[in-house]
Ligand binder design. Structure first.
Ligand code: PLP
Length: 540
């Protein structure tokens, strides 16, 4: 094989002709589509190198001067990149919301790239535009269940939109709060609205000191990003303590009233349907009442938990979600779609007009270009993946997946509770739970012991990750049981349908094996032994 040269012929070939069937890239492709999990276990090295070691592969800071053959490059990618990536398909990778995907997404992804449609405007997407609107409509129906007449009127309307498709929950949340902000500071009299005249003019016109948004402390960090870019300011992101992991409607009402009495305007209350850290669901129905009382927008962040609506058994946990003005859902979480599929749906299809933008060459007034009401510009046709999944699984298929995950989370919770050396910290509402190691000799840990247990959790979590067989994540939570002391816990998301009970047993065993060898464990043991001695002495 000669050296690739920067000739027109070479470049032409790169655009048009794949290298032969036996080329490296073709082999990769075949292996991927033939047996993905085999491909991953063969090429993704589980024993982790340190990030610093990996960085050494990525130190060139100039675009290479001369071209390279595709096959040579593919080889390089396997060695440098794929080998040191993370096998999110592994059934023992249970620390995050990212998991294995159904196999059909792989060929579909190829189709998606092959077509390379741009959903910002009809001129570059054609049928993908009505498809995306249909997906938004199906999601809207899942949440709000409006009538046939309603969907006939709005599904493909040029003047309204049932929602916005975007790259993820972060953009979905920002879009919802952007709508809330522009509605609160809308045009009135001589004031031409915040979108035209800006925040300062809006506050002045309406006589508000500041704007604010309220959620519980479990609110996702995307909310802080939202208040930052929307000009509201992070200090006006009012996050309420929630030792029970759910936002108290009474506290929300009290804080909202206090905030408004000081001359501010509360823009929105954000209820969470499935918190990222513990999977809890806020009391949405009561929060809808509070939002009504405070006359503010009610947004529900159901990025992770929204798919629960597919389950007849569990959907009532989200009671009141249909009273939200807007709802965020991530198809790339519990709907098993590849990353890059977020949605926000609006109860009132006219709401999207609060952020409508027009331009001369595209997004002309009256057109059905999706880009007129989305924050993002050029976007790919990910809606196709959601559409395919909705069809291939159907509501019933998703119901099975959701019910199965929640059941497994409960089985794991029971396993933890029955284990003398583990403590269940937050029980699963959905398929997410938190727990920690608590050696059986530590009964009712003191504050100081909790701090040692924190260290133990951190060390074990790191060692387990580095060993590379399995992965759980960790977080820090205030829990009621310990007088709101913040403790460190393992966090588990049971997203992968292929994770077995035996996998879960093995994960606990591995953690315990690591734990017993730590200094923290020995410290705890020594402390308890001393206490026993003290007791003996005082009795004697
Ligand atoms: C994941 C998540 C988000 C953010 O979504 P991205 O898709 O990562 O941008 C927001 N809120 C909640 C509750 C989430 O679980």
């Amino acid at each position: 094989m000669g050296k690739a040269s920067a000739s027109i012929e070479h470049l032409y070939r790169v655009f048009t002709k794949p290298e032969g069937k036996d080329s490296k890239l073709a082999q990769i492709e075949e292996h991927l589509s033939d047996n993905l999990s085999d491909f991953l276990s063969q090429h993704v090295v589980t024993k982790a190198k340190s990030l610093e070691d990996i960085e050494k592969h990525f130190c060139d800071y100039q675009v290479p001067e001369s071209p390279e053959f595709v096959s040579e490059h593919a080889e390089k990618l396997l060695d440098k990149l794929v080998a040191h990536s993370v096998n999110t398909y592994s059934p023992t990778f249970i620390g995050h919301m990212t998991s294995a995907l159904p196999y059909f997404h792989l060929p579909l992804a190829k189709l998606l790239v092959g077509l390379n449609q741009n959903l910002v405007k009809i001129e570059t997407s054609k049928a993908f535009t009505p498809l995306e609107r249909q997906v938004l409509g199906m999601t809207h129906e899942l949440v709000y269940g409006q009538s046939e007449v309603f969907y006939n009127q709005y599904l493909h309307s040029a003047r309204q939109s049932l929602g916005a498709f975007c790259s993820g929950g972060t953009i979905a949340n920002i879009t919802a709060l952007w709508v809330a902000r522009n509605k609160a500071l809308r045009a009135e009299g001589k004031f031409r609205g915040i979108a035209q005249q800006g925040l300062a003019a809006g506050l002045k016109h309406y006589g508000y000191q500041s704007l604010g948004i309220l959620s519980s402390k479990r609110g996702h960090y995307s909310l802080s990003k939202a208040v930052d870019i929307l000009g509201i300011g992070r200090e006006q992101m009012l996050m309420i303590d929630c030792p029970t992991q759910r936002l108290s409607p009474e506290k929300a009402l009290a804080l909202g009233q206090e905030f408004q009495q000081q001359g501010n305007k509360l823009l929105a209350i954000v209820g969470i349907a499935g918190t990222t850290e513990t999977g809890h669901i806020d009391p949405l129905d009561e929060l809808a009442d509070v939002a009504k009382e405070l006359d503010c927008h009610f947004h529900v962040d159901a990025a992770w938990g929204g798919a629960t609506l597919f389950s007849r058994q569990h959907r009532q946990k989200l009671k009141g979600i249909d009273r939200a003005d807007s709802v965020t859902l991530d198809a790339h979480k519990q709907m098993y779609v590849p990353m890059g599929a977020g949605m926000v749906v609006f109860k009132d299809p006219g709401d999207s007009n609060a952020v409508r933008h027009h331009a001369q060459y595209i997004l002309r007034a009256g057109s059905k270009d999706l880009g007129a009401t989305t924050l993002e510009g050029s976007r790919n046709g990910m809606a196709m993946m959601v559409y395919a999944s909705f069809n291939i699984f159907g509501r019933q298929g998703y119901e099975l997946l959701i019910d199965h995950s929640i059941k497994k989370a409960n089985i794991f919770a029971e396993m933890i509770e029955q284990h003398p050396n583990f403590e269940l910290v937050t029980a699963p509402t959905l398929a997410l739970l938190t727990y920690r190691i608590k050696p059986e000799f530590v009964v009712e840990p003191s504050e100081a012991e909790n701090e040692i247990l924190d260290r133990l959790t951190v060390i074990v979590q790191k060692q387990q990750r580095e060993a590379g067989k399995s992965f759980v994540s960790r977080t820090r939570l205030a829990v009621e049981k310990y007088g709101s002391q913040i403790i460190t816990v393992f966090r588990v998301v049971l997203a992968n349908p292929l994770t077995t009970k035996q996998d879960l047993k093995n994960i606990l065993q591995e953690q315990l094996d690591f734990a017993k060898k730590t200094k923290a464990w020995k410290e705890l043991k020594a402390g308890r032994d001393l206490m026993v001695d003290d007791k003996k002495q005082s009795v004697g």
